[in-house]
Design a protein around this ligand. Structure first.
Ligand code: FAD
Length: 390
């Protein structure tokens, strides 16, 4: 792997930009390809993204955390409960011996910080408004399609990183098997302003039609994320008062009164599972390597771990794959797979309302609420600290 000099990163979303920056820091020559141009896209994504402890440590290692931290809010506690059901889980950073369970940052700020960092790197060449078309591995020639339908060829590219999202063309080129899932759910995301300054508490409330997360995103700001059955919000979406009433009905006033509410965006939720392996000249990071349900806020965190794993691989870090040093169970707990299974289970038990799923969800919440050991285990998955400790 050490013979690799020039790397093309396909996809300039948040994972692609991060990957591009991390590889540039490590001294590789980078070509960043995107069918849009991240410099033109109006950055109006106001939702809070939660970065985990593992992400913080990885971002620290490439010198980016120092730029992100001033814009981030530490989350010290997460309260999980179900409406009209007794019992509440309180995940607490102290219990895990951490300063915070995660850090919330406005997606727009994160995107700006990473874009700026990429633009400052002299060893990154931008190829914007170009579609990845093909990569001829025998001759190391990358073919890109321009908007007018013509083709541009880039020579001497040693390695391709696919960061081209859910419907990845690079993944197709790698001939990896993928299964897709339509969750048949919408996420409706927005922000509320409160009268009491946040103390680092995030809330997750399960209710009859889905779940609601309230995540601190500023001194007096919270991002709300409703995840509900498709179509449920047809009458709510434009009706701020109805949304606010629903938030009050579910959570009450733990942060004082709500002063104003803005809806930012809605998303149809899809997932993909990829039977993944790195190839000699290809790797995937982010949503192209698997897209998970957002209820555990792990999607980008997994993308950051993919990037870290890729750097270790490109540096021919023997220890990274020296599996004998770590027990099988620890290897599994630190893997992408275990986080994907965790996210799938949470999505299933938060989303479905059958007698059996209701029963399992309520028993699990009661068990985790009363068992410090279980809370620590769930906390370790959520913060990704087993990945760092591997
Ligand atoms: C409601 C919601 C809340 C979330 N909250 C969190 C959270 O709190 N924490 C967290 O970690 N994650 C969270 N996520 C997940 C996170 O948003 C995603 O994991 C992340 O945005 C994925 O980014 P990506 O760069 O991998 O993919 P994308 O954003 O899809 O980027 C793909 C890029 O590739 C480009 N592209 C595609 N095809 C081609 C081609 N052929 N040639 C060239 N370019 C191409 C596209 O233009 C695009 O720029 C959340 C997701 C949702 C929906």
């Amino acid at each position: 792997m050490s013979s690799i000099k020039k790397i093309a990163v396909i996809g300039g979303g948040i994972s692609g930009l991060l990957c591009c920056y991390a590889l540039a820091v490590k001294g590789f020559e980078i070509i960043l390809v995107d069918n849009e141009d991240f410099r033109d896209i109006p950055t109006n994504d106001q939702r809070a993204i939660v970065l985990s402890e593992a992400s913080k440590i990885i971002l620290q290692s490439i010198g980016l955390w120092q730029k992100i931290q001033p814009f981030s809010i530490p989350i010290k506690e997460v309260w999980v409960s179900e409406k009209k059901v007794f019992g509440r889980i309180k995940f607490n950073a102290n219990e895990l011996g951490l300063g915070a369970l995660g850090w919330s940052i406005c997606a727009q700020d994160l995107f700006m910080i990473i874009s700026k960092a990429v633009l400052e790197k002299p060893n990154v060449v931008l190829k914007m408004k170009r579609l990845f078309e093909d990569f001829r591995t025998s001759e190391n020639i990358l073919s890109l399609e321009l908007v007018d339908g013509s083709t541009e060829q880039v020579k001497n590219v040693d390695f391709i990183v696919g960061a081209d999202g859910f419907d990845s063309k690079v993944r197709r080129k790698m001939r990896l098997h993928v299964t897709r899932k339509d969750y048949n759910q919408d996420a409706v995301v927005g922000n509320v302003v409160t009268t009491v300054k946040n103390t680092g508490v995030a809330i997750q409330k399960i209710f009859q039609h889905g779940s609601l997360a309230l995540i601190p995103s500023g001194d007096y700001h919270y991002t709300f994320i409703f995840i509900v059955k498709k179509g449920f919000f047809k009458n709510y979406y434009k009706n701020k008062k109805a949304l606010l009433d629903l938030i009050i009905e579910l959570c009450g006033f733990p942060f004082g009164r709500y002063c104003s509410l803005e809806v930012c965006h809605d998303y149809s939720l899809f997932g993909s599972k990829v039977f993944y392996r790195h190839l000699k000249k290809f790797a995937l990071v982010g949503n192209s390597r698997g897209t998970i349900h957002p209820s555990t806020a792990q999607g980008l965190n997994l993308g950051i771990r993919d990037i870290d794993e890729l750097i270790s691989l490109l540096n021919s870090d023997e220890n990274f794959y020296n599996k004998s040093k770590v027990s099988k169970s620890k290897q599994f707990l630190s893997s992408r797979k275990s986080t994907e299974i965790f996210a799938d289970l949470v999505a299933l038990f938060y989303g479905e309302r059958y007698l059996t799923t209701n029963f399992i969800r309520r028993v699990t919440i009661a068990a985790v609420a009363t068992s410090r050991k279980l809370r620590k285990q769930f906390g370790r998955i959520g913060t990704g600290i087993d990945y760092i400790a591997r």
